[in-house]
Design a protein around this ligand. Sequence first.
Ligand SMILES: Nc1ncnc2c1ncn2[C@@H]1O[C@H](COP(=O)(O)OP(=O)(O)OP(=O)(O)O)[C@@H](O)[C@H]1O
Length: 253
Amino acid sequence: MVTLELDRVEARYGRKIIYTDATTPAISGGHLTALIGPNAAGKSTLFRRIAGQLAGSGQVRITGADRDDLRYMPQDTAISAALSVYEAVILALKQGRSGWRLSAGELAAVDAILTRLKITALAERQLAELSGGQRQLISIAQTLVSRPRLVLMDEPTSALDLYRQYEVLELLRSYAAETGAVVVLALHDLNQVMRSCTTTIAVAEGRVVAVGPTLEVLSPALIRRLYAIESRVETCSRGCPMMIVDGALEQGT
Ligand SMILES: Nc1ncnc2c1ncn2[C@@H]1O[C@H](COP(=O)(O)OP(=O)(O)OP(=O)(O)O)[C@@H](O)[C@H]1O
């Protein structure tokens, strides 16, 4: 079982401190975890700190996996290299591995992730020719092709149409279940969070303000505090919880 735990983690850009004391219980793998919070709350910063791209005190504890097993997909995944889709996914697989010769298993891994994402038809296309949504799917393929056991994805569905959003979240959910990986997704769509993510971490103003089962974390009180939005959770006719937005609070209330 893979777990990820933060213990009084600090994160900063030079002298600008974003987190002083981010702490979570051990987040277990096998299901999806959401990272939520308003714009500029510090979601990407926390990912960068966990991925080792930012300095700071405190401890990021990973059990059941190595740091090499971690893949971070940033929000801005502009890929400009003159490569085909197939080459770009191979390149991602080869990162950190010695030699350029591909084993039969590695070729199968590239084919498998393109098939799972239903993008085999794009394999020979140049990255520069792709649409924004297609590029996001390639980034997801690059992130998952090495079957990492710790995955951090910053808004992985932001450029996708409704069908692809659904498909990608289902794929990520089954990936986590199959591999036991800790998969943390920064998401703004709280209905996606309720549908797909078992655990939710909420951050605001450089603090972890709640961690726990998604439906407990996404209370109207927390939504009000994070977003200044009045909301309620109702059960739809098929038994699924849905968040309904009733309105925004007046400034200063
Ligand atoms: N490279 C940087 N140098 C200095 N400050 C930064 C840098 N990147 C981000 N910040 C600041 O860190 C804070 C948190 O930003 P971050 O990108 O982590 O927020 P976020 O929650 O991911 O936001 P969003 O939902 O808008 O993507 C913001 O105040 C931002 O201005």
